[in-house]
Design a protein around this ligand. Structure first.
Ligand code: FMN
Length: 334
């Protein structure tokens, strides 16, 4: 075949726009050692008879194992298996070290916690340029509800779904109306209020307003803070915490003021901790309900997109989960 006249990097980059899942394909070498490789060249071929294919770089260390052993397992990886994908994409090291395996057909290694798994037997091997193409007959498979990992343009990605019926919230606004439902701020704001509706009911029974809820949340993560320190964490909500807010929480037995070494620090009481745990339980229950409605994979995708959005709009907030020293170091570095 004639040599390509185009830039191989560009070619690779154009090919990588084709979004795929990620698989690990395993077999055993002639000496019995387990062998495995990360591959996104996997594809379905035929339903009847059931067949799949994938291609292997001729320079891969695992090539002799796959050409000599007719049996191999394909594992469609779940979103939680990115690290496993990285491990099997590295050359030569002991990729199976410490991994718990299920037993597969002919003792071929079978990885756990995947989205789907296929037990295959080589039907054909074709030469395809610098790769070998393996076509396998599927002897058996299993499937779980775990959302799959995706790969796009050289990066791991999320397979969020677009429902067939679309996702329009209301009537299409007239063209002269510039306020549409596609404004990110409107969507984020409305989602926030709908999401915290159940929590608001709990707050009502606990006689807490939103500001006081923020204070309890901060203290449940970083106990023993001065009012100034509390404010560095909640400032971004637009409402400054006052001594009156803190006094109200003290009166309700949610916090106590502890004077130590000349500074006054607020600490959660047992009652305050219990109230906070109840709020977290409700937030988790709401999340589970949403996962049932839109799917765990889409909830995962939403979380990652929200984290990106929060990072992109971060006014320089201290990290709630870091130590004071870590936050001080971050502040001096920026
Ligand atoms: C997401 C992803 C997909 C990959 N797909 C393939 C593939 O389809 N075929 C292939 O030969 N290598 C593929 N690789 C590269 C191999 O996993 C990598 O070269 C591995 O080190 C080969 O292992 P071995 O040399 O021990 O056989 C992929 C890597 C990643 C990260």
């Amino acid at each position: 075949m004639a040599k390509a006249s185009f830039d191989p990097q560009e070619f690779r980059s154009a090919l990588s726009t084709f979004t795929t899942g990620v698989t690990i394909i395993t077999t055993r070498a002639e000496n019995g050692d387990p062998v495995g490789i990360t591959a996104n060249s996997f594809n379905s071929v035929s339903l009847n008879p059931p067949m799949v294919l994938w291609s292997l770089d001729k320079s891969a260390m695992s090539l002799p194992a796959f050409t000599s052993n007719k049996h191999w397992n394909v594992h469609i990886l779940s979103v939680e298996q990115e690290a496993l994908s990285g491990r099997f994409a590295s050359r030569g090291e002991d990729k199976f070290k410490g991994l718990e395996l299920d037993t597969g057909i002919n003792n071929i290694p079978l990885l756990k916690n995947c989205t789907a798994r296929f037990n295959c037997r080589t039907a054909f091997i074709y030469e395809g340029g610098d790769h070998m193409i393996f076509v396998g007959e599927v002897l058996g498979f299993d499937k779980s509800e775990r959302p799959p990992l995706a790969f796009q343009s050289g990066q791991y990605a999320l397979a969020a779904r677009k429902p067939r019926e679309g996702v329009q919230l209301g009537a299409t606004p007239p063209p002269e109306c510039s306020y549409t439902e596609d404004l990110l701020g409107y969507l984020a704001g409305r989602a926030h209020f709908q999401l915290v509706a159940a929590l608001q009911n709990v707050l009502k029974t606990q006689q807490l307003n939103e500001q006081q809820f923020f204070i309890l949340s901060v203290l449940s993560i970083q106990d023993s803070l001065t009012i100034e320190e509390i404010n560095t964490f909640v400032d971004y909500t637009g409402g400054a915490v006052t001594l009156e807010d803190m006094a109200a929480l003290e009166e309700q037995d949610y916090v106590v003021l502890v004077k130590k070494n000349g500074s006054s620090r607020y600490v959660l009481t047992a009652n305050g901790r219990e109230a906070s745990l109840k709020q977290i339980a409700v937030a988790k229950a709401v999340e589970e309900q949403i996962a049932d409605q839109i799917g765990a994979g889409d909830v995962e995708a939403l979380k990652i997109l929200f984290k990106r959005l929060i990072k992109a709009t971060d006014p320089g907030l201290p990290d709630l989960w870091a130590t004071k020293e870590e936050n001080d170091a971050k502040k001096t570095a920026s």
